[in-house]
Design a protein around this ligand. Sequence first.
Ligand SMILES: Nc1nc2c(ncn2[C@@H]2O[C@H](COP(=O)(O)OP(=O)(O)O)[C@@H](O)[C@H]2O)c(=O)[nH]1
Ligand SMILES: [Mg+2]
Length: 304
Amino acid sequence: MFSLFQKFKEGLAKTKSTLVHEIKRIVTLSPKLSGASLEEIEMALLAADLGTGMTDQICREARKAYETQGRAGLDFLEIARREVEKSLANAESPLIKLPGAVTVVSMVGVNGTGKTTTAAKLAHRVQSEGLSAILAACDTFRAAAIDQLKLWGQRVNVPVVASEYGADPASVAHDAVVAAQGRKADYLFVDTAGRLHTKHNLMLELMKVHRVMDKKLPGAPHETLLVLDGSTGMNALNQAKEFNKAVKLTGLVITKLDGTSKGGMVVAIHRELGLPIKFIGLGESPEDLQPFSAKEFAAALFSE
Ligand SMILES: Nc1nc2c(ncn2[C@@H]2O[C@H](COP(=O)(O)OP(=O)(O)O)[C@@H](O)[C@H]2O)c(=O)[nH]1
Ligand SMILES: [Mg+2]
């Protein structure tokens, strides 16, 4: 049984190892924290995609600690950990659960970020908590996408509402809401097609999917989660801004953090957008999708 901290630590190992290694090397070489070494540390923090605001804040606090307490007061990793945790204080937010009604969760984003697998993993997660879930295959653009979701449905033992390739995604969404209501399911996870945030007609189509669900079940979708690939860095910011304009986002899922040394983007993107980070993806298996924790995240990033 892995502890949450271990899970975060392993998943974020790529970001952590470069970052911690660099910081320790610089601080050891220059215990007095000269301007030049602070600049080097800044570069290391920026290379992990923590962003300029976070980087400035960490360096400012480190300088302050050094000035007031001298060398003895300077535990750079601890200061960085504390500041990052602080800055993520409002990032945690559990998945909404409506009492006594279907909670509809729509997964949106560009191609390949992890929408389909995240929908299935979330269905698996709520089911293992004793709640019931249904999946909706609203990516009807690719036959393979429907099969992929059906396969996941079998794997995690969750029913999948699907139509054929090329069907109107809004009509699949409609049928899925009806099915979820009929079965008194706790959750409906809606897998949508990947779309570039710059393609206006595809964004209109997504809005239609949402509108149809809202008509059938007022308030739906209750969660609209933008799934971002953690390795795409700050390009994710534009995706988030454009999607948020079309369909009001309630939170982010940031996947593939296990494959990047730029996991700091989680911090930068939260500071920039203020949106909650509902889940992070630390690997491909269902257990690798974890609810976001500011404390564990910050500790995993700066642990020795
Ligand atoms: N390593 C890793 N792979 C992931 C993670 N999340 C998703 N993937 C993989 O990313 C690929 C694309 O995922 P998919 O759900 O099909 O993306 P979609 O196009 O947005 O639906 C799949 O091979 C997933 O297994 C993650 O957190 N870590
Ligand atoms: Mg997909």
